[in-house]
Design a protein around this ligand. Structure first.
Ligand SMILES: [Fe+2]
Ligand SMILES: [Fe+2]
Length: 228
């Protein structure tokens, strides 16, 4: 079985300048909207938000790929890292779709948000990759908080601790008797890793040292088709 890495839940990048404050303000605004829309429907919340979370990695990978082609330079491993992040977020989505079913309205929201968010994030990344990565770092801080609240719902009996979906057991190499609680723990560990990676990318672009260590990444299956 995969070891579920311990997660430092307290990590928060204190804004250092105006760009960081813009990123944090934007994230807090979206957090308020998500809290208002979903309240404690954590399964539904996970599905809709994971459709958004899987976008930035692919946008960042695409733009860095094109930049490296134009400048004929090395990517320092950023492209693979960002593509892996996008793929990982898509596996979060494929897992939670086994736990909850989005309503028709939520599916319409997903369609509309994808158009707006993809175009907006692409434009932002072209203008300021640093703000874009800082926003993702803050998004991931919020994701860690949300999955911690989801764990509390399960532990206090308000959400059923269902058996882990097969796709999740295969992807995170979990035992046959794994439960939804185990899945939320590994998903939260993934989000903590994304949080630290994106904050460190933003720091690198700003020319400052990242604050701490990067949270360890859980072990994942190499063959996603077999996992599905
Ligand atoms: Fe996620
Ligand atoms: Fe994430």
């Amino acid at each position: 079985m995969t070891e579920i890495p311990l997660v430092d839940l307290t990590v928060h990048h204190a804004p250092r300048d105006m760009r960081d404050r813009i990123a944090l303000g934007f994230t807090k605004t979206l957090r308020f909207c998500a809290d208002t829309f979903f309240a404690k429907r954590y399964g539904h919340r996970a599905i809709v938000l994971e459709t958004v979370a899987a976008v930035p990695g692919m946008v960042g990978a695409t733009i860095n790929h094109l930049k490296c082609l134009r400048r004929m330079c090395d990517d320092k491993g950023w492209i693979r890292t960002l593509m892996e992040e996008a793929e990982n977020e898509r596996m979060h989505l494929m897992t939670f779709i086994e736990v909850a079913r989005p309503t028709l309205f939520e599916r319409l929201v997903i369609l509309a948000v994808q158009w707006v968010f993809y175009v907006a994030f692409f434009g932002l990344y072209l203008v300021s990759a640093r703000i874009a990565h800082r926003i993702v770092g803050y998004f991931e801080e919020e994701a860690v908080i949300s999955y911690t609240l989801y764990l509390k719902e399960i532990d206090e009996g308000r959400s059923p601790n269902l058996p882990a979906p097969v796709i999740a057991r295969n992807y995170w190499k979990l035992p046959d008797d794994a439960t939804l609680r185990d899945v939320v723990l590994v998903v939260r560990a993934d989000e903590a890793h994304h949080r630290d990676v994106n904050h460190s990318f933003a720091c690198e672009l700003a020319g400052v040292e990242p604050a701490g260590e990067t949270a360890p990444y859980p072990d994942h299956a190499d063959d996603l088709r077999a996992a599905a």
